[in-house]
Design a protein around this ligand. Structure first.
Ligand SMILES: NC(=O)c1ccc[n+]([C@@H]2O[C@H](COP(=O)([O-])OP(=O)(O)OC[C@H]3O[C@@H](n4cnc5c(N)ncnc54)[C@H](OP(=O)(O)O)[C@@H]3O)[C@@H](O)[C@H]2O)c1
Length: 236
């Protein structure tokens, strides 16, 4: 395939959950997908490549993006999906958990946004989509650290949008309502129900709801859409 036609997408956190679904969807669309996670991926596809790394490890991220850039010559899209959560009252949250969550959610998003933008800037085009949560507009009690890390991701989204605009790179974020993945496996059913009852549209997100928002953000016609955070479920 002509290299210009072949869309190159980097997605973080592709071993399971939303990241795996996104990989499968964009592979079906004909994109080349380069994924990563700490563990191996079971995804086998001629246009899928997997890197085993920790998104918060600067050297590993730099090496991955250098390798990708050498091999594919460009990156069109970055989906900063990798994330971890810990739901607990602040009084029960040790510093080690705070450090871990901020490292993966904030530092990981920062490192990929920085390294990939260097590659995108050469083509003067790119699309970055970050992952937030409706926990931010809800100021969700019991999720202080996870939600605070995503609030930082939102601010990074808005500032990077300004810093990258001159390179024709847009940066936006999607904020899903709960999605059935391992991330929320340990949250009691009644907590999820009461959370959903605080939404205008009272349902969980499915992968298609998230993909719909991402497709809008990464569309060629969305070059005026940047620095935005779009929540599902009617929250703002
Ligand atoms: N599920 C929800 O209800 C929900 C709602 C709102 C927002 N989100 C956001 O959506 C994104 C995806 O969540 P999910 O529900 O799909 O979670 P998930 O099922 O737990 O999957 C998370 C993915 O990220 C990877 N990952 C975690 N830590 C990593 C690290 N340090 N380095 C590299 N990869 C790492 C995991 O692989 P390894 O463990 O192998 O590294 C896995 O592939 C997250 O940013 C989350 O905050 C989820």
């Amino acid at each position: 395939m002509n290299n210009k036609m072949n869309k190159i997408m980097v997605i973080t956190g592709t071993s399971k959950g939303i990241g795996r679904e996104l990989s499968q969807y964009y592979l079906k669309k004909g994109y080349t997908v380069i994924g990563c996670s700490r563990s191996e991926s079971e995804l086998l596809h001629e246009r899928y490549e997997h890197f085993c790394l920790d998104v918060s490890d600067e050297k590993s991220v730099e090496k991955m993006i250098t390798d990708v850039s050498r091999k594919y010559k460009k990156i069109d899209y970055l989906l900063n999906n990798a994330g971890i959560a810990s739901m607990n009252h602040t009084l029960l949250t040790p510093a080690s958990v705070v450090e871990k969550i901020f490292k993966v959610n904030v530092l990981g998003t920062f490192l990929f946004s920085r390294e990939v933008a260097k590659v995108m800037s050469k083509n003067k085009w790119g699309r970055v989509v970050n992952f937030s949560t409706i926990g931010v507009p809800l100021r969700l009690e019991g999720e202080c650290i996870y939600t605070s890390s995503k609030a930082a991701v939102e601010m990074m989204t808005r500032i990077l949008a300004k810093e990258y605009a001159g390179m024709n790179i847009t940066v936006n974020a999607v904020g899903p309502t709960p999605v059935k993945t391992d991330l929320i496996r340990n949250i009691p059913e009644d907590k999820i129900t009461s959370l959903i009852n605080r939404q205008a549209v009272k349902k969980m997100s499915d992968h298609g709801d998230i993909i719909n928002v991402i497709n809008f953000f990464i569309n060629h016609k969305s070059n005026m859409v940047t620095g935005q955070v779009l929540y599902l479920g009617g929250l703002s």
